[in-house]
Design a protein. Structure first.
Length: 117
């Protein structure tokens, strides 16, 4: 089982990034997908979530209207489009797969996003 994130980097305030997370080794379309982030010395927080079919999404208040989560079950991928980035968005971003009926979860290794001028 693998979840591999990519797309992080350094971006100026107001800029955009698109994170990707590709899963393998498990039935991707059977899992809800979530993006979390963790800034230094802070707890990991849920950023966005998407249902198995991609027809339902939820966002943290701090990113609503700026971030968009989406998924492609053919490509076994989930994405996080991040616009209007702020310095406070700086964190390591992780994707997580969760199967509701069993409670099984898988985590990716994370990708760093730094928003700075």
């Amino acid at each position: 089982v693998q979840l591999v994130e990519s797309g992080g980097g350094l971006v100026q305030p107001g800029g955009s990034l698109r994170l990707s997370c590709v899963g393998s080794g498990f039935p991707f379309s059977s899992y809800e997908m979530r993006w979390y982030r963790q800034a230094p010395e802070k707890e990991r927080e849920l950023v966005a979530a998407i249902s198995r079919a991609g027809d339902s999404t939820n966002y943290a208040e701090s990113v609503k209207g700026r971030f968009t989560i989406s998924r492609d079950n053919v490509k076994n991928a989930v994405y996080l489009q991040m616009n209007s980035l702020k310095p406070e968005d700086t964190a390591a971003y992780y994707c997580k797969a969760r199967r509701r009926i069993t409670g099984v979860e898988y985590w990716g290794q994370g990708t760093q996003v730094t928003v700075s001028s």
